[in-house]
Design a protein around this ligand. Structure first.
Ligand SMILES: Cc1cc2nc3c(=O)[nH]c(=O)nc-3n(C[C@H](O)[C@H](O)[C@H](O)COP(=O)(O)OP(=O)(O)OC[C@H]3O[C@@H](n4cnc5c(N)ncnc54)[C@H](O)[C@@H]3O)c2cc1C
Length: 365
């Protein structure tokens, strides 16, 4: 007789009014494919590294390595020592980290602190999701391989990376792409029947992938660059002419994400808003899960996400949408979301059971 092990059910208690409970960010999605190439203009060598949609964290180290190769090839005929990296998100900071390995003096220019970027708001699933890759399949093989192996090497070393099973009711396109392009990189996908969760008597799939926690990863990238004395300059560029005309560095790495839409007049870049509900951390949950949305149990929060709003360019979270996210995914476990804990007024907490005497509304003069 086979015994089916049921994995722990998340505690779906959610208070949408709590500070930081609802988060929204805008993915830098590029129609056709992400941009990773170089051009020369007005005496500058510009490397573009933007448009990674919902996969920027995932692909970051692989793209950074590619940026390094492009710059290294340029340096072979045009020796330079200074480089300007535009953007302090994951693309800018991983590229800067790799460029230091070439002995270059790197300066990062950004109009946001790393903890205010889209990168900091990402969920953290290692999967090539919500991105177009047309014609980039060969390049992507190398990028995926480098990115995955770099993250995997970072497990247990303070980068916020964990290896986790990822359960999904349907095939997950962002992981299927990896299995297809780089066979053998991830362990093979397993069929599971039934899914090992309360309320799930249907089949599904189990992948083995990584969870990359952006709050830890982004802070670590910044801390390491600080240690290496890389200057972060707060600066907003208004146009391509502003970039090309005002920077003294001849090599410029454009990692401005959604900013490239206006800065480089790239009409292929479009905003794709995503929202996240942040629940209390639950360290007993050691899996990722996808059905009616996605669950990423991180050490700072259990994050529930999965919304995709094309052409919406604002970072204002909707409490209603976040509540719906939690409600929908809880329903998959057959759970009704408990009401948010009742907030007791201070007089009640200080004097439990003695309200009538201390409630300023009830006290008898
Ligand atoms: C809700 C949500 C969940 C996500 N989940 C995942 C996930 O699970 N896994 C994953 O891999 N990815 C995920 N992503 C996608 C990921 O966050 C992005 O792909 C990634 O952050 C893009 O990084 P970036 O460095 O290109 O852009 P950003 O992080 O946006 O950084 C851009 C930088 O450029 C600067 N900049 C822009 N314009 C200018 C200007 N004109 N002048 C000066 N500076 C400028 C900004 O200040 C910023 O520093 C998610 C995204 C969202 C919104």
């Amino acid at each position: 007789m086979s015994t089916i092990t049921t994995l722990p059910t998340p505690d779906f208690t959610f208070d949408a009014d709590a500070p930081g409970a609802c988060v929204a960010g805008v993915r830098p999605y590029r129609m056709g494919a992400y941009r990773l190439d170089s051009e020369q203009e007005s005496g500058k060598f510009v490397v573009h590294n933007y448009g990674h949609g919902g996969a920027g964290i995932t692909l970051s180290w692989g793209c950074a390595d590619k940026v390094k190769q492009i710059v290294q090839t340029f340096l072979a005929t045009s020796p330079e020592t200074e480089v300007a990296v535009l953007g302090a998100g994951v693309m800018g900071m991983t590229a800067a980290t790799r460029l230091l390995e070439l002995g270059l003096n790197v300066t990062i220019f950004s109009d946001r602190d790393p903890i205010d970027t889209t990168s900091f708001r990402a969920g953290g699933q290692w999967a090539v999701s919500i991105i177009e890759t047309a014609g980039k399949e060969d390049e992507l093989k190398g990028i995926i391989k480098t990115a995955y192996n770099t993250f995997k090497d970072g497990i247990g070393k303070g980068w916020g990376v964990f290896e986790r099973p990822n359960f999904s009711i349907k095939e997950t396109p962002g992981l299927e792409l990896v299995l297809e392009l780089v066979p053998g990189l991830l362990p093979p996908r397993q069929d599971v029947n039934p899914m090992p969760f309360q309320g799930h008597n249907m089949p599904g799939f189990e992948y083995q992938t990584l969870l990359v926690e952006p709050p830890t990863f982004i802070r670590r990238l910044k801390a390491d660059l600080d240690t290496k004395q890389v200057p972060f300059v707060n600066r907003r560029f208004t146009s391509k002419a502003d970039v090309l005309g005002s920077l003294t560095q001849k090599i410029i790495i454009n990692c401005t994400g959604l900013g490239a839409m206006d800065l480089w007049n790239d009409s292929d870049v479009i905003p794709v808003k995503g929202q996240l509900a942040m629940l209390n951390p639950q360290l007993n949950l050691q899996y990722l899960y996808g059905r009616n949305g996605q669950i990423f149990p991180r050490t700072d929060h259990v994050v529930i996400g999965g919304t995709v709003e094309k052409n919406v360019n604002n970072e204002t979270p909707s409490k209603a949408k976040c509540k719906q996210l939690v409600h929908d995914i809880a329903a998959a476990f057959g759970v009704v979301v408990p009401a948010a804990p009742v907030k007791l007024p201070k007089w009640h907490i200080d004097h439990p059971g003695n309200e009538r005497l201390v409630d300023p509304r009830l006290s008898i003069r």
